[in-house]
Structures are given as structure tokens and as C-alpha cells.
Design a protein around this ligand. Structure first.
Ligand SMILES: Nc1ncnc2c1ncn2[C@@H]1O[C@H](COP(=O)(O)OP(=O)(O)O)[C@@H](O)[C@H]1O
Ligand SMILES: [Mg+2]
Length: 292
């Protein structure tokens, strides 16, 4: 194992916990950290990036305690924070030069590395343009480039797809997938489709706690034979929402096709269907919410 997190907790105020008793062991691949707003994703990532100190618990990278020696992880870490901002008047090249200087990189090495990265994130054509003129997707790619300057073994990206259009989203996903060879990538999101296609493992987090950690395939097994669809008149929809975990609705000529998670057939006309990751996510989050 490369990354080992044990009993990690962050208490912001006496009644506010960002993370609680979080345990995790990870090797390599793309790990999707999936949870609703306020779940604790950024809190966990900031502690891994050694920006926030935990209240309790330990983090080890290759058996080295990173709370005791934070420089160990800083040297192998690339981090794209959720609120990543760029300087609108700098060009991509200038911005990356600036970050490289902050990271203490040698100027001779950083110049060629920046060119390499601009090619990798497909921004060579725009490298001399001010960042203020970039689209959301282009800015995120600059964000990834700055995180990759030191060729990190651990890459942490916090909600990188927020504000991207569908096409940019797909491109960004493919880029992360390409980068995952011989690296550990931790990607947080509250959007299931962001991680569905690329994550090798998924961690579902809610209320500061880990509620599930498995491969996408195994997660979907959880709901085998428990996802149903059938058609109802729209007047029945409010009742169904009360009674079931509703994971989808499609408007049709003859009513509304509803998709629900249920142990047994929810209606005589209901048909079983293949579970998707979205069904599993909603199921786990709603089950976890009820326990609170
Ligand atoms: N700096 C902070 N001070 C106080 N509370 C915070 C702070 N940062 C986060 N929190 C709280 O911690 C919880 C987890 O937040 P966060 O880690 O940002 O979740 P996520 O990234 O999953 O949306 C939330 O209840 C949030 O309000
Ligand atoms: Mg966050």
C-alpha cells in the first residue's frame, strides 16, 4: 500500500466535524471520492495536501508519517484545489513559470517541463494568451499542468469538473485516465458520471465518514435485482418519492417512467433493470442519511 489513512478526524468547531474516524488504504489507480456537498471531501484532500492539520489520526505515505515529515509528501504531491484561481493577466506559460519558481524548480529544467505539460494538456496553441481569455475547461487544464510540474506520484484533484461543459468534461476525464499509469490519483466529485467511467475504486463519503469503498463493479452488485422501472401517472410521483429511493424519471406520452430502488417489486407492472452507479450512490447516501 502507498497511502494509509488511520482514524483521521478534523474538528472545525465543537459541533462541526469535517471528517470523522476515516480509515483508508490505497495503492494506485484513479480513486473517485464521491459525496454530496459538505460530505468532507475537501477536508480530507486538504489534510492529505498538508494544508490543514488533522485533529486526530495519522496519514502514512509509503510508511512515512506525513504529519511528522510533511515535506516527504509535498515533494511527491500534485494538488488542484477546489477553488483554484488563475491570474487573468498572465499567460499559461508565465503562470506555470511562476508556480515552478515557487516550487523551487530549476529554471532550465522547468522551461522544458512546461512545454511538455502544455502539450500533454493540449494548450500549446493558447500558451501565449492571457488566462483571462480561457474557457473553464482550459483553466482546469492549466490547473492540472501546475499540479503535474513535479511529476507527482500522488495527484489530488478536488471537484475538477465543476463549471465544465459536457465536451470539456469528457476530455478532462480522458486526460486523468491517461495520467493514472503508475500514479495514485484521487478525484473528488458529487457527480456520479465524473467517476463512473474512469475510477478503479470508488469511496462514498457522507457526513465526514466513509460509508463504502469498493470497485464500481462490486458496488453495482449491491443492488442486483433491486432496481425497477415502470410507468405511472404524474399525479403518483409525490407519493412514490416519499416511499422509495427514486433514481430517475423519464417523461413519456403515456405517463412518467420511474426508476426506483426496492427490495421487492414496488408495483405489479414493475420490471427489474440493471443497476447503475447512480442508483447505488443514491441508495447508499439515503440509507446513511436515515441513520443520522
Ligand atoms: N474552514 C472551515 N471552518 C468550519 N467548517 C468547515 C470549514 N471547512 C469545511 N467546513 C465544514 O466541514 C464539513 C465538510 O466540508 P467540506 O470538506 O468542504 O465538504 P465537501 O468538500 O465534501 O463539500 C461541512 O460541514 C463544512 O461546512
Ligand atoms: Mg469540497
Amino acid at each position: 500500500m502507498q497511502l494509509a489513512i488511520s482514524h483521521l478526524s478534523k474538528q472545525y468547531r465543537h459541533d462541526i466535524w469535517g471528517l470523522r474516524d476515516f480509515n483508508l488504504e490505497l495503492g494506485s489507480g484513479v480513486i473517485g471520492l464521491l459525496g454530496p456537498n459538505g460530505a468532507g471531501k475537501s477536508t480530507l484532500m486538504r489534510m492529505l495536501a498538508t494544508i490543514t492539520r488533522p485533529t486526530q489520526g495519522t496519514i502514512h505515505w509509503k510508511n512515512i508519517d506525513i504529519l511528522k515529515s510533511p515535506d516527504t509528501i509535498r515533494s511527491i504531491l500534485g494538488y488542484l484545489p477546489q477553488d483554484f484561481g488563475v491570474y487573468p493577466h498572465l499567460t499559461a506559460f508565465e503562470f506555470l513559470e511562476y508556480i515552478a519558481a515557487i516550487k523551487g524548480m530549476d529554471q532550465k529544467i522547468s522551461g522544458s517541463r512546461i512545454e511538455e505539460l502544455l502539450t500533454l494538456v493540449n494548450l500549446v496553441h493558447a500558451a501565449k494568451r492571457p488566462l483571462g481569455s480561457y474557457s473553464g475547461g482550459m483553466k482546469q487544464r492549466v490547473g492540472i499542468a501546475q499540479a503535474l510540474l513535479n511529476n507527482p506520484q500522488l495527484l489530488i484533484v478536488d471537484e475538477p469538473t465543476v463549471g465544465l461543459d459536457p465536451e470539456e468534461r469528457v476530455r478532462f476525464r480522458n486526460l486523468l485516465s491517461d495520467l493514472s499509469v503508475e500514479r495514485l490519483i484521487l478525484l473528488s466529485t458529487h457527480i456520479v458520471s465524473d467517476v463512473e467511467a474512469i475510477a478503479t475504486e470508488i469511496i462514498v463519503i457522507n457526513h465526514g465518514r466513509k460509508i463504502h469503498h469498493d470497485t464500481p463493479e462490486n458496488l453495482m452488485q449491491l443492488l442486483n435485482g433491486k432496481v425497477w422501472h415502470w410507468i405511472v401517472p404524474s399525479s403518483e410521483l409525490p407519493d412514490l418519492k416519499q416511499k422509495y429511493i427514486l433514481s430517475g424519471t423519464i417523461r413519456r406520452n403515456d405517463g412518467i417512467q420511474v426508476r426506483v430502488v426496492s427490495e421487492s417489486a414496488p408495483a405489479t407492472s414493475a420490471q427489474q433493470t440493471e443497476p447503475g452507479l447512480e442508483d447505488v450512490y443514491l441508495y447508499l447516501i439515503s440509507k446513511n442519511g436515515q441513520q443520522k
